[in-house]
Design a protein around this ligand. Structure first.
Ligand SMILES: Cc1cc2nc3c(=O)[nH]c(=O)nc-3n(C[C@H](O)[C@H](O)[C@H](O)COP(=O)(O)O)c2cc1C
Length: 316
């Protein structure tokens, strides 16, 4: 049996498979053994109470879905009291995902959640920055650096930083996160999209635009993971459209050390268990002793790729 364990900074996970924030709840324990996962990533929490976005909040698309759930929150005290204990009773590291609307409140919230029972903090900096007219922090290197530095100053917990695929110069943004002290990059969140009901002529989402997720975004996410892998030394956690063990392997070959599964769990709540089984089967079939050895292992012809990769790094 292959060694499926992976290292994300100082953390060792039993395997690279974990849920993507917002696509998982503790009730999934009815469908799969949560002690078989690499980590449990919880839905983002924000420091201030808020209701979330107007309805309808989800719409189906070809090979994916659009959502504009927002981050409904009852605040951090309620989160610590009512949400966190349901996850920390498992024998799997718990990752809290934090959203905030200023760099300082990001720092404050992450400090408050730097609890012994929390294995790592995922900063969802793909959310709107009030100090930049609502543009997501992770759209620009400067605001990425500012937010991640503000968090790093206030916590010594392992810090994962979740980027947005909507950004252009992803290599610069990933480097800004690394320079500011991130321990890992999560690449990434949903792609901004929109759908219209042609009978009513109304947008299908109450918030007009929303995040596209699922298999439709997988090639985009694989490309971004590969660009980040070339740009930084810290581990990358790949996310976007993963449904099978082969998808997870593809992300690892592109440069991911671990993977997160989002939309696929809505269709099959047991899918993450099947992916873990599939990773072990892949290793057996291909004689891979250590799964982590696949990270960044895409077979590239150096002569062919050198020129376009330099171009891709500059333009992305
Ligand atoms: C319904 C829904 C809610 C989500 N909520 C969050 C969230 O609270 N925080 C976050 O960082 N990402 C959130 N995401 C994004 C996912 O974590 C993930 O990055 C994205 O869906 C891409 O992965 P996938 O294609 O496997 O779903 C959400 C996605 C969906 C579909």
């Amino acid at each position: 049996m292959a060694d499926l364990s992976v290292r994300i900074g100082s953390l060792t996970l039993r395997n690279p498979v974990m849920p993507a924030s917002g696509c998982f709840a503790v009730e999934y324990a009815e469908a799969l053994d949560l002690n078989r996962l690499g980590a449990l990533v919880i839905k983002s929490v924000s420091p201030n109470s808020r209701a979330g976005n107007p309805t309808p909040r989800v719409a189906e698309t070809a090979s994916g879905m659009l959502n504009s759930i927002g981050i409904p929150s009852k605040g951090l005290d309620a989160y610590r009291r009512d949400v966190l204990p349901a996850y920390t009773r498992f024998d799997t590291p718990v990752v809290v995902s934090v959203s905030a609307d200023t760099a300082e409140s990001f720092g404050e919230a992450c400090e408050m959640l730097s609890l012994p029972e929390v294995a790592a903090i995922e900063a969802n900096i793909s959310c709107p920055n009030l100090e930049a007219d609502g543009m997501a922090f992770a759209m620009q290197a400067e605001s990425t650096y500012k937010a991640v530095s503000a968090i790093r100053r206030r916590t010594s917990h392992p810090l994962w930083v979740k980027l947005t695929p909507n950004a252009g110069q992803i290599a610069l943004i990933a480097r800004a996160a690394e320079d500011a002290g991130a321990d890992a990059i999560v690449m990434g969140n949903t792609v901004l999209g929109m759908a219209i009901d042609v009978r009513t002529r109304k947008p299908k989402l109450g918030n007009v635009m929303g995040g596209l997720s699922g298999p439709a975004i997988k090639p985009l996410a694989v490309r971004l993971v590969h660009q980040c892998h070339r740009a930084v030394r810290i581990p990358i956690i790949g996310c976007g459209g993963i449904e099978t063990a082969d998808d997870a392997i593809e992300f690892m070959l592109a440069g991911a050390a671990a993977v997160q599964i989002g939309t696929a769990s809505f269709r099959d709540p047991a899918v993450m268990g099947h992916i873990v089984d599939g990773l072990a089967a892949y290793c057996d079939t291909y004689g891979v002793a250590t799964l982590s050895s696949l990270t960044g292992g895409v077979a590239l012809d150096p002569q062919l790729t050198d020129r376009w990769l330099r171009f891709a790094q500059q333009s992305g």
